[in-house]
Design a protein. Structure first.
Length: 87
């Protein structure tokens, strides 16, 4: 399967991710209603979003402009290779 090229399908995919995320959070909070749990979920979500931004934007634009990531697996390999070259 190739990369998505149609912007409408990209927006649909983003919408499905949003729906899945909101549905998951709603399901957790229905099962375990708690303001504390809601806050912890919000913090976890925000933290993972910032990590994703770091992996795919900060590294590529500020730390190593020559590197292009293909996914989270690519990011992990990048970190492992950098760790081996730093020592």
């Amino acid at each position: 399967m190739g990369d998505l090229k149609d912007p409408r399908l990209m927006y649909l995919k983003a919408g499905l991710f949003l729906l899945a995320g909101c549905g998951s959070v709603a399901g957790i909070l229905v099962e375990f209603p708690s303001v504390r749990l809601a806050a912890l979920l919000a913090i976890a979500l925000w933290s993972f979003c910032r990590l994703y931004y770091f992996a795919f934007y900060v590294i590529e634009h500020y730390i190593d402009p020559g590197y292009r990531f293909a996914g989270l697996g690519s990011f992990l390999l990048y970190l492992l290779r950098r760790k081996n070259t730093v020592n």
